[in-house]
Every structure is written in structure tokens, then in C-alpha cells.
Design a protein around this ligand. Structure first.
Ligand code: ADP
Ligand code: ADP
Length: 229
């Protein structure tokens, strides 16, 4: 079934006299359980798509559907609820709370969620069973990203949105983080949408949406998705 649909979505930023057309009419759909990569150069509009999808930003025009609901036009209150309960976010630079340890970072995020998973179980699953009491500064980049992923999936979200999740990591660590995302997608059927400029990640997705200058350049399905080893 279709989980997400973008229909003729535009986004313009007005900076004084200058209008920046970040998205110029974007159409795509994503199915339940899909692992999707949104690929494009810097400035193409990838983060804008992700932010609109996650309810952190709103479209200038067009329609965005998640499940059977149209989120375009929702109030800030409804969007905050949607973000808190249905969307997990993973960023390039982890965005952990520095004065909370790994376990507290995950628990803090799940407090507002009715249907959340156990923080300890999730940290176990991401390979950090023995690092729960460590603060972010005591963890390597890859470990911090695992905490961030644990935090995001502990909400048991419908959607996991990842903005350049391996961008700050070396090749080997990045691969292990991708493998974790792929495994979680397979196990939990949570839909993963990953934004990157790195075309090497494309073969690992079910669907690749290429974005260029605020438009969709192409959408391809990988019949033989590559498993990260
Ligand atoms: P990408 O994620 O592909 O690098 P973005 O979605 O961040 O691209 O940006 C798309 C375009 O919109 C760029 O030209 C960028 O400068 C512009 N843009 C993004 N956010 C803002 C903003 N808050 N104000 C003004 N322009 C923005
Ligand atoms: P990287 O090579 O990715 O930069 P680090 O050198 O930061 O990794 O860390 C290597 C290992 O040492 C990691 O497992 C990290 O969690 C651990 N570590 C680093 N600093 C501390 C610390 N202050 N307390 C406990 N463990 C630490």
C-alpha cells in the first residue's frame, strides 16, 4: 500500500527581494516498508523534501499525504503531534543531548510516545548494550549515530527520515550504520527515507528518487537491492 504521496509540491523561500524556488513541482510516492534513497547534489532540494515529509516545514503549494491523511494545511499543533509520534529523525551530526547518557537520550525521546519500544532493548539491538551509561562525548561518531538511530526507532515510528546519516563517518563505520538501517527496515517494516549526495548508497535502496534543481530527475526501482555486508 502507498504510505506517502507528494503531488505537485512546491517550496519557495523569499529572502528580501530574492525568491528561491527550492522545490518546483515534485511528485512521487513511497510504499509501506520501502527503503528509499533521495539522491542529488547539494542544493537540489533533498532536505526540503525531507523537512516537509517530517512536518518540520510546510509546502508553498501542492499536496502531501501520509497514510490516508493529508498533512498539508495542518496546524502547528497537529504537525508537532505528528512529528513526535510518527516520525523518527536521524541527522548527519547525531544531535544527541550532551548531558544525557545514551539510555537517557533514548528514553527522553520516547516519553511523549504512547506506543514506544523499550529503550534498553533497542540499544541492545543497535549493538550498544554495554555503552548505555556513556555520554555522547565518550562515544565514537559511529556509536553516537547508533544512539541517534535507537532514539529514532524507539518511538516505533511509521517513518524513519535520515539526512546524510553517514556523512560524518568514515567508509567502514558508514557501512555498518547503513547495514543497521537496512536491518531495521527489514525487521520492523518501518519505511526509511534516506537523503544523500552519495550515489554509492543508491544500490542499497528499494527505490531511488533523483532530485535536481528542485525537480524530480528520475525515479528507479532496484529489482535486486544490494544488501550491505
Ligand atoms: P539539499 O538538501 O539538496 O542540499 P536543500 O533542500 O537544503 O538542498 O535546499 C534547496 C534550495 O533551497 C537551496 O537553493 C537552498 O539554498 C534553499 N534553501 C533551503 N532552506 C532555505 C531557507 N531556510 N531559506 C532560504 N533558502 C533555503
Ligand atoms: P574514532 O576512531 O571513531 O574517532 P574514538 O577514538 O573517539 O573513535 O573512540 C574509540 C573508542 O573509545 C570508541 O569505542 C569510544 O566509544 C571509546 N571512547 C572514546 N572516548 C571515551 C571516553 N571518554 N570514555 C569512554 N570511552 C571512550
Amino acid at each position: 500500500a502507498t504510505l506517502i504521496e507528494f503531488k505537485k509540491v512546491t517550496k519557495a523561500y523569499q529572502i528580501g527581494e530574492v525568491k528561491i524556488q527550492a522545490l518546483a513541482g515534485v511528485d512521487f510516492s513511497i510504499s509501506e516498508g520501502e527503503f528509499v534513497v533521495i539522491l542529488g547534489a547539494s542544493g537540489a532540494g533533498k532536505s526540503t523534501i525531507l523537512n516537509i515529509l517530517g512536518g518540520m516545514d510546510t509546502a508553498s503549494s501542492g499536496h502531501v499525504f501520509v497514510g490516508d491523511q493529508e498533512i498539508t494545511g495542518w496546524s502547528e499543533k497537529k504537525l508537532t503531534e505528528y512529528r513526535g509520534e510518527q516520525v523518527g529523525f536521524v541527522f548527519q551530526f547525531y544531535n544527541l543531548i550532551p548531558n544525557l547518557n545514551a539510555l537517557e537520550n533514548v528514553e527522553f525521546a520516547t516519553e511523549v510516545c504512547k506506543d514506544h519500544l523499550d529503550a534498553r532493548d533497542i540499544l541492545h539491538k543497535v549493538g550498544l548494550a554495554n555503552r548505555m551509561k556513556n555520554f555522547p562525548s565518550q562515544l565514537s561518531g559511529g556509536e553516537q549515530q547508533r544512539v541517534a538511530i535507537a532514539r529514532a526507532v524507539a518511538k516505533n515510528p511509521a517513518l524513519l527520515l535520515c539526512d546524510e546519516p553517514t556523512g560524518a563517518l568514515d567508509y567502514v563505520t558508514g557501512k555498518s550504520v547503513l547495514k543497521l538501517l537496512q536491518d531495521l527496515n527489514k525487521e520492523t517494516k518501518t519505511c526509511v527515507v534516506l537523503v544523500t549526495h552519495n550515489s554509492a548508497i543508491a544500490p542499497m535502496a528499494d527505490k531511488v528518487i533523483r532530485v535536481k534543481s528542485g525537480r524530480i530527475e528520475s525515479i528507479t526501482i532496484n529489482d535486486h537491492k544490494q544488501s550491505v555486508e
